[in-house]
Each structure stands twice: as C-alpha cells, then as structure tokens.
Design a protein around this ligand. Structure first.
Ligand SMILES: [Zn+2]
Length: 257
C-alpha cells in the first residue's frame, strides 16, 4: 500500500496525475465540462474513441466526501492494466471536483449528483449524457464510500449470474465485509445486494425519484453495473487499496489483468 504525500482531497494532484498517465499510455484526456470552477475530466482509450461497444465504464468522485475511490481508480490505471489496450474503456476520474476539494457530498449548487443522472437541467448531466450517446458497455463500476459502514459492501445490478460474492471475497482481506442485514435502508446479505429489475420502483420509493449514476447506466448503457462502497471512517490507504483491488477483480473476467 502506498503512503500518501498529499491530501486525499487535492484535485490538482489528481488532475496532473491523470494528465501524465493519459499522455504516457496514449489515452485521450478531455475536459468534458466545467463545474463549480473546476474542469471535469473524461478519459478514453482508442477502442472507445473508435466507437467499439462491450467495454467498461469506470467512475469515481460523484460524492466529494468519499475520497478513496478517486485514488483507487488512479492507482489501478497507473498499474498499466492490460484492458486499457484491449477493450473499450471510458473513465470519469472525478465527477464532482468541487465536492472533492470541499470534502462535501454535494456539488457547488448543493445538488447530490447521484440523484440527478436523469436531469438534463444539470449541466454536468447534460454533458455526460451527450458524451455517452450511442455508447454501450459490458460493465460499469461506480466507486463510493459510506461513513456509517463498518465494512465493504456492493450493490450489484446484473443481467447475468451474480459475481458479487466473489468480488467481495477478493477485497475482504484488506477491509472485511459489512455484515449488517440492513445497509443505508436496504436489505443486504453478507455485504451484497443484487438486483436485476424493478429499479424504477426503487428510484421512486427509496430514492425520492432521482436516478443514481449506476441505475441510469444499467437501464440505458450497461449490461451489468456494480457500485462498490468502502467505510470512509477507516484508514485511507486501506480504502484506496480496496478500491484498486475491486476494480482489478471486477475486470478480470472480461479480459483485464
Ligand atoms: Zn457515494
């Protein structure tokens, strides 16, 4: 595990590390919108730029008070994973930089972006929707944290056989699973909640009608979608390492290392 020489909320470091990595690895680095005074980054490899489908979508930093995922995603990409050269990959390294810098869940307007992904009145969502037009992915990974959690857990939205238990197993030597039967108001079993349908009802009844990134991705753009959560009160390097491990495990089966 790496020691941090910078704050987990330093967007300048995150930005320049992604810029350097993109240049080194031949990835397209673009500013797909500006929000709250910060440039928001999108990364694509050649296969994604060529319009190939059946790749992967990776995203972190939707909630700014959850900083481990943005570094876990960066560290994974910096490890030169094979999939960056073999399958279409789209990465949103930090969708809420204003929140990351301010250590706040919401964006500069006070919006929880993860309840807005259907809302084209939100400029970030409008730019995101335009960016994703016509794209289809085999899998999306949405990386989050939870300050109430005591362990790792996973929301799995799947049209295939569940892989959630296997993926949690791959990470639980770093941080054990959340074993509570109810997590954030939903029923979990050994850190896992798997759904394959009925999501419009979940959005209406449990989420106040606002669509999270993962649910909208699953309904419109992705075959399967995993939202992985680490407990944000625990040690930062462990949390970062858990995200890095989760990404590698989740992508292993679809042609990554
Ligand atoms: Zn979150």
């Amino acid at each position: 595990m790496r020691v941090f020489s910078h704050s987990g909320h330093d967007y300048g470091v995150l930005f320049s590390r992604w810029e350097a990595l993109a240049s080194r690895a031949g990835l397209k680095f673009s500013i797909f919108c500006e929000e709250g005074g910060f440039p928001v980054i999108a990364i694509e490899n050649d296969q994604a730029l060529a319009g190939e489908s059946d790749g992967v979508y990776l995203s972190a930093g939707v909630h700014g008070d959850e900083c481990a995922p943005v570094w876990g995603l960066l560290h994974w990409a910096e490890s030169d994973p094979v999939i960056l050269r073999t399958r279409p990959v789209v990465i949103f390294p930090c969708l809420n930089p204003h929140g990351l810098v301010g250590n706040t869940r919401c964006d500069h307007r006070g919006l929880d972006l993860n309840r807005c992904f259907e809302n084209l009145g939100c400029p970030l969502v409008k730019a995101w929707t335009a960016f994703l037009e016509g794209r289809r992915f085999a899998l999306s990974l949405n990386l989050h944290e939870d300050y109430d959690a005591g362990g790792i857990y996973l929301y799995e939205l799947s049209r295939d056989e569940s892989r959630g238990d296997e993926l949690l197993s791959a990470c639980e030597d770093i941080i054990p699973r959340e074993m509570a039967g109810t997590v954030d108001g939903s029923d979990f079993h050994r850190g896992l909640l798997t759904r394959s349908g009925d999501l419009e009802r979940v959005v209406e009844e449990d989420l106040g009608g606002g669509y999270p990134e993962a649910i909208l991705l699953f309904l419109r753009y992705c075959r399967n979608s995993y939202t992985f959560e680490t407990p944000s009160e625990q040690d930062l390097p462990c949390r970062v390492h858990a995200h890095e491990r989760f990404i590698a495990a989740a992508l292993r089966e679809i042609g990554a290392k």
